[in-house]
Structures are given as C-alpha cells and as structure tokens.
Design a protein around this ligand. Structure first.
Ligand SMILES: *Cc1c(COP(=O)(O)O)cnc(C)c1O
Length: 221
C-alpha cells in the first residue's frame, strides 16, 4: 500500500521537483518500506522522534526538519540534519550556524514565509524576509547554506486561493533570487505542496513537495 502510494506521487512529479516523504508520527518500518523503493529524503518535525529514527535507520537518509524548530533543539539535530526547512528568524539561523560549525558541517536552510491568510505564529512576512536578507548578517555564515524558500498554503478547499498563495511565493522567490542569489546555484528550492495541494504546487513552480498523509495514511499520534 505505502509502496503503491509512494510510486503514485513519484510518477506524478514534474521534472525538477523532488519528494520529501513526511514520515512524522509513522513508524520506522514505514520509512524503511519507502527506502527500499529508493526514496531517500524524509521530513520530520519533532526532535526526539527524528533522533530515534536517525539512530535506527540507514545513514544515507537525508533528514529534513520541516516543523517549527526551537533554538534550544538545534544542537541535537546539528550532527546529522541535512536541511532545516522552516527557518523563520535570524536568531534561529545564527544558532544553526553555531551548531553546524561545532560539528564541522554545513546545514542547508530554507526561509519559511508566512503568506497564508490564517493566523500562524510562524514564518516570515515578505517584508521581514526582505529585511533579514538586506541586513546581510547571513553573508558571514559559513556553515549555513540558504537554499531557497518554504511555505504552506491556507488550509482551504478554495483552489484559486491556494494557487494565488503559491504564486506569491514563487514570484517572491524570483525577487530575492535576482537581488541576493543571482550567482548562487545553491539558492534554488521552492518547497511548497502537501498531500492536499501538491499538484497545484507543482503548477506553481514547486521544486520540493512535502507529502505525508497521502503516502503513509493518517498519522498515528
Ligand atoms: C505534516 C507536514 C506536512 C505533510 O502534511 P500532509 O498533509 O500529511 O501531507 C508538510 N509540511 C509540513 C510543514 C508539515 O508539518
């Protein structure tokens, strides 16, 4: 079942778009089932859960931390995390830089945008994101690689609204790419699209869809 749904998603990916299989609240065996089909990128959002899975599972898995990350948790994931997808403050970025340096690593990050209409404590407004980049402190961070943008669309059935929000993000990507990262090939990811909206996201230039429920079924809390 998991294998079949994984391949459904993989077969539907547009060229240039990759899958982050969101395995939070699903057991290690479910991840292994996907791993055996060749999937290597998995997304988790809780520090203890990802730590246990990282210890248990093959070491060539690329772990993405996709949820809100508290600064005091960075040190636990810094030894192995491939990408922090939801970086939404300079404070968090500085802590990632510090802990990545301690581990002699470079950690990829995405800047998380808040575009959806619903209230959320997390994510940068477009202006906050512009401010963070203009401020320039990130330029001195040798152990953080800013690889692009991440966002979540509103949780709504209104497809046109979802499409509008993804398009705002995609246009904003072009803006900051041109202004700050024109010569930086690492800055290339547009992480949007989940189980309910990844097909729309791919029409709106997503390079990374984060799909959980569609592959693994309902989460086992
Ligand atoms: C849980 C989660 C997902 C996956 O959601 P599904 O609806 O299960 O596909 C994607 N992105 C983030 C940030 C999440 O927390």
């Amino acid at each position: 079942m998991i294998q079949e749904r994984l391949h459904n998603v993989l077969d539907s990916l547009t060229p240039g778009c990759r899958l982050v299989a969101v395995s939070k609240y699903h057991p290690a065996e479910a991840i292994l089932a996907c791993y055996k089909e060749g999937q290597r990128v998995f997304g988790e959002s809780h520090e203890q859960e990802i730590r246990q899975k990282h210890e248990l599972l093959p070491k060539d898995i690329e772990w993405h931390f996709i949820g809100h990350l508290q600064t005091n948790k960075v040190k636990y994931i810094a030894p192995y995390i491939d990408m922090v997808e939801a970086c939404d403050s300079l404070k968090l970025m500085k802590e990632i830089e510090k802990q990545a340096a301690k581990n002699g690593r470079v950690i990829k990050v995405l800047l998380e945008l808040h575009i959806a209409e619903e209230e959320s404590k997390y994510g940068l407004s477009l202006d906050d994101c512009r401010q963070l980049l203009a401020d320039g402190e990130w330029r001195d961070m040798k152990h953080v690689s800013i690889c692009g943008l991440m966002m979540m669309a509103s949780n709504t059935d209104d497809e046109e609204q979802i499409r509008r929000e993804f398009t705002v993000a995609a246009d904003f990507f072009d803006e900051v790419k041109a202004e700050y990262f024109a010569d930086d090939d690492n800055f290339r990811e547009r992480s949007w699209g989940m189980s309910s909206d990844f097909k729309i996201a791919m029409q709106c230039r997503s390079t990374m869809v984060r799909v959980g429920t569609y592959i693994f079924g309902e989460r086992q809390y």
